[in-house]
Design a protein around this ligand. Structure first.
Ligand code: DI6
Ligand code: FE
Length: 406
């Protein structure tokens, strides 16, 4: 039965930009949006179920387009070390960092990984996230990367959220390939990716292009392997140093290049021309106490779409709130609240290749939305902490969540 959602205001994000309709209504049917417009113009259909949203503001369901939610272990000890002055790179050189989480993830059972990730993901869902991307990358061998990706698929099967699975096998060089990063890249390209893709476990391919991870030449081989398999690519680029990874991503028509604090003007030109989305991750910037800002003016000047995400991971961004990232994107990176909202809806959908079906309130798109008890859309980026009263609708049906600790 169709549903008429009425007595609300809509932040539609229609036609590729922030846009609103006050005193609006929306009709959904079979999980899709059928009609959007001013309340007075809503078609009358006596067969419609009616829901009074009591003057709430409705936004598209939030989309967290860059997370590493599946992992074993706990790195709060490294947080304490860093507060004593030990750097992220020093901890990694001592066998901590990503390698620490790889050991714990390999040791964990599939069920244990599922349960810990489920609890973390539940925090995001209660906040209004209806689509999430989750990366592998703490396995770094075929069985363990497969285990992570299977957990990611299972999260999408068992929880009320649309999940995109990204293979990030090129996250770090595993011990088995110590001093042989090229050999590990060959293994990824020739064995790991083809196997996992053939099992239907991969929606996109990512890599960590950084001086303490993989070079642009190595990343390019991963991108070529992904292209042979028909998989879209994304890239962790320019987080800690400037290697031109974002230009390389643009060359391969990447869905997104992520982090970008150290990107150049030239990288921004390339991304704008390719339509590659810039995913900014203020949680990692904050948690690592970085000081170099992404070149916001160059991104705006080149019409690069900007998405915002949690980068939720145990080492550099133990973040379980996408709304907090909206606030940090405004405070730290000088986005407007409207740009931050577009960054967790419209542009985040594009960063996942879901721009045609998700990320805005438009006819034909999936009926994923949140009806917030707020005065203005800017309130979403304004409040820090706490929980805003909201109703969450996914595929046209309202969700309820139980309380639990992450
Ligand atoms: N960039 C990051 O910030 C994370 N991965 C990446 O490629 C760090 C992951 C970790 O430290 O566990
Ligand atoms: Fe990341």
């Amino acid at each position: 039965m169709p549903t008429l959602w009425h007595n609300c205001h809509l932040a539609t994000l229609a036609e590729g930009r922030y846009s609103i309709i006050e005193n609006a209504a929306m009709i959904t049917d079979e999980g899709k949006i059928q009609w959007v417009g001013p309340q007075g113009e809503a078609p009358t259909n006596p067969g419609c179920e009616q829901v009074d949203l009591q003057g709430r503001w409705v936004t598209p369901g939030l989309i967290d387009c860059h997370t590493h939610l599946v992992y074993g272990g706990n790195r709060s000890g490294e947080f304490e070390q860093r507060l004593q002055g030990v750097s992220y790179a020093e901890i990694a050189a001592q066998g901590g960092g990503i390698a620490n989480t790889v050991r714990a993830t390999r040791a964990a059972s599939e069920d244990a990984l599922f349960e810990s990730a489920r609890r973390r993901l539940a925090c995001l869902l209660k906040e209004g996230v209806t689509t999430v991307e989750i990366k592998s990358g703490y396995g770094l061998d075929l069985p363990s990367e497969r285990k992570m990706l299977r957990v990611i698929r299972r999260l999408g099967d068992e929880l009320p959220v649309t999940v995109r699975a990204t293979c990030l096998a090129a996250h770090a060089v595993p011990d088995a390939y110590k001093d042989n990063a090229d050999g590990y890249i060959s293994f990824i390209c020739e064995e790991l990716l083809p196997a996992l893709a053939s099992e239907g476990l991969v929606d996109a391919v990512d890599a960590f292009c950084e001086y303490l991870a993989f070079s642009p030449a190595q990343v390019e081989r991963v991108f070529q392997a992904a292209s042979r398999l028909g998989l879209p690519v994304k890239l962790h680029a320019e987080q800690l140093s400037s290697l031109g990874g974002s230009s390389l991503a643009a060359k391969y028509q990447a869905l997104s290049a992520d982090h970008l604090e150290f990107m150049s003007e030239q990288d921004a030109v390339a991304m704008g021309a390719a339509g590659t989305v810039a995913v900014l991750l203020p949680g990692a910037f904050y948690f690592l106490r970085e000081t170099r800002l992404p070149p916001m003016q160059a991104l705006h000047d080149n019409n690069v779409a900007i998405a915002i995400s949690t980068d939720s991971n145990p080492g550099t961004s133990p973040v379980l709130s996408l709304r907090l990232m909206m606030n940090m994107a405004c405070t730290l990176f000088r986005l407007t609240p409207e740009q931050a909202l577009a960054g967790v809806t419209l542009h985040a959908a594009r960063a996942l290749g879901l721009g045609d079906s998700h990320g805005s309130l438009e006819v034909g798109k999936v009926a994923d939305f949140v009806a917030w008890d707020i005065e203005r859309p800017a309130d979403l980026a304004y409040w820090l902490g706490g929980d805003l009263d909201k109703r969450i609708i996914r595929h046209g049906a309202e969700l309820t969540f139980k309380q639990e600790t992450p």
